[in-house]
Design a protein. Sequence first.
Length: 127
Amino acid sequence: MFKRLNTTVLGISTDSIYSHKIFTQTSPSGRKINYPLLSDRTQKVSKTYGVLNEDEGFAWRGAFIVDPEGKIQGWITNPQPIGRNIDELIRIIAALQFNRETGRGAQAGWKPGDPGIPTGWEYVGKY
């Protein structure tokens, strides 16, 4: 699905490359990963993106949507025991692309194929 959206996915964690290797070889979910896993052993990336729990030495589960110009357009951060909703991430990416192409907004519940709504101050409160 991400390929259809012309979107690159990177997995980044504070685990070592060796942990990633074992995870992708032994875990049923790890075997399904078809994108690069990057190691943030220095925790620099996690700190920069504000997901590092410095007290406990791990990163929260975060997903960041970065546009072609390198600007963060959306993010979701979950506590450690809660996984991310991939369907919602895909919806957000599709909605951002829709907005970029049409100038229209993607209201709550919007899905690809929906007409969206006009944006601008004159439309506030009308939808």
